[in-house]
Design a protein around this ligand. Structure first.
Ligand SMILES: *Cc1c(COP(=O)(O)O)cnc(C)c1O
Length: 380
């Protein structure tokens, strides 16, 4: 693959595993659900899921039911999987058959899951979702008492086993935890309501990476770290990945295909949004927005070439972009877009800052066309 494609994403599974231990140490008495949604934030779901299990993850989490079904095939029977996004008419029966835990945060979802479980003659494992402040999915806190009694009846009828009660934090990545405190209070109330209905919950869970790292009071029985496993910070302005003891799992690089020198006053790439002020050496990097390199990286995103920091110059094209080249490097040499700060590279968080987004989006958007090369061990 790397012979045919000059760009590559090197994925360091040892770094991924080390990051998982950082998360585990931060929430030492809680179980850990490794979040591997969206192709493990662009890093490769099957490989990261296996590495997470090898490192002792208790659960795997993926957003979409379709991802969960594929993940089950990838990891085989046994590991616990939770999924939380599916639409009416989704094949929830397949999920129950595949031993996948389903989030239930609406009455239609409860009905669908109960109907599928009855058709199969086997209870569905569910995690009740309550909305404590995202205003996204989940039962409203005021509806929880009534919902809990309906759910309890289904549990007694053998249609569902209520494994979890969960929610998601909206502002845990900001210093100052006032709204997080509010969400914890609402979660506590839901917890009491559910207990009062006679439902015994094995797993209360609330925290993603930011809660795991920064809000111990949100750890409960299980934490759900995602971004920190990939070696990026939930909020680099609060603490960088390096400060958090995290190592980037992905390094993105490409072999330059052209080097050239242009005169002062030369317009570069589409629209000539960059014009050289002096004679300039340029390198052509064979990555573009067709590979998920955001067009907003034009003229601003950092790149390392020959051990020196340079920048994208001109507009990012579909399959390539240009950089200013320092002396002594050219076609055949490597342009490094992002990786670990400890290796002297810009991070995906730096790219996020340069282009007005977050590191999450930078790695998750990396296109399927870029080959992923895996390093490190997934042995148990
Ligand atoms: C994506 C996601 C996570 C992980 O979030 P990070 O900020 O990447 O740690 C956890 N829980 C839910 C419900 C999510 O959607």
């Amino acid at each position: 693959m790397t012979m045919s494609y000059p760009a590559r994403a090197d994925i360091d599974l040892d770094a991924f595993r080390a990051n998982l231990s950082v998360a585990r140490a931060a929430a030492a008495t809680s179980k850990v659900m490794a979040i591997v949604k969206a192709d493990a934030y662009g890093h490769g779901r099957a490989e990261c899921a296996r590495a997470a299990l090898a490192e002792g993850a208790d659960y795997l989490g993926v957003a979409q039911l379709g991802e969960a079904l594929e993940l089950r095939r990838e990891v085989g029977a046994g590991p616990r999987i939770l999924t939380w996004i599916y639409a009416p008419m989704a094949p929830v029966q397949d999920a129950i058959e595949a031993d996948i835990d389903l989030s239930v945060g609406t009455l239609w979802a409860l009905d669908a899951v109960v109907a599928a479980a009855r058709a199969l003659g086997r209870p569905a494992r569910i995690h009740l979702k309550v909305d404590t402040g995202m205003s996204r999915g989940g039962f409203c806190p005021e509806d929880v008492p009534e919902v809990a009694s309906i759910v309890r009846a289904h549990e007694l009828a053998g249609d569902v086993v209520v494994v979890g009660l969960w929610s998601h934090l909206a502002r845990a990545d900001e210093p100052g935890g006032e709204f997080t405190d509010t969400q914890v209070t609402r979660f506590e109330r839901a917890r009491a309501d559910v207990a009062r209905a006679g439902i015994e919950i094995e797993l209360h869970h609330l925290a993603a990476s930011s809660g795991t790292l920064w809000h111990p009071e949100t750890h409960y029985d299980m934490v759900r770290p995602g971004i920190c496993l990939y070696g990026l910070s939930p909020n680099p302005a609060w603490a960088t990945a390096a400060e958090l003891g995290l190592r980037a799992a992905m390094t993105l690089s490409a072999t330059m295909i052209v080097d050239r020198e242009v005169e002062a006053g030369t317009g570069i790439s589409y629209g000539h949004i960059a014009v050289t002020e002096a004679r300039t050496r340029l390198g052509v990097v064979p990555l573009g927005y067709g590979d998920g390199i955001d067009r907003k990286a034009s003229n601003v995103a950092p790149v390392v070439v020959g051990g020196q920091r340079t920048r994208v110059i001109g507009r990012v094209c579909m399959d390539q972009f240009m950089v200013r080249l320092p002396g002594g490097v050219g076609a055949g040499d490597t342009a490094w877009l992002f990786g670990d700060a400890g290796a002297g590279l810009p991070t995906a968080d730096d790219w996020g800052e340069a282009i007005g987004t977050i590191g999450y989006e930078v790695v998750t958007r990396l296109g399927a066309r870029v080959p992923r090369n895996y390093h490190g061990s997934v042995e148990r």
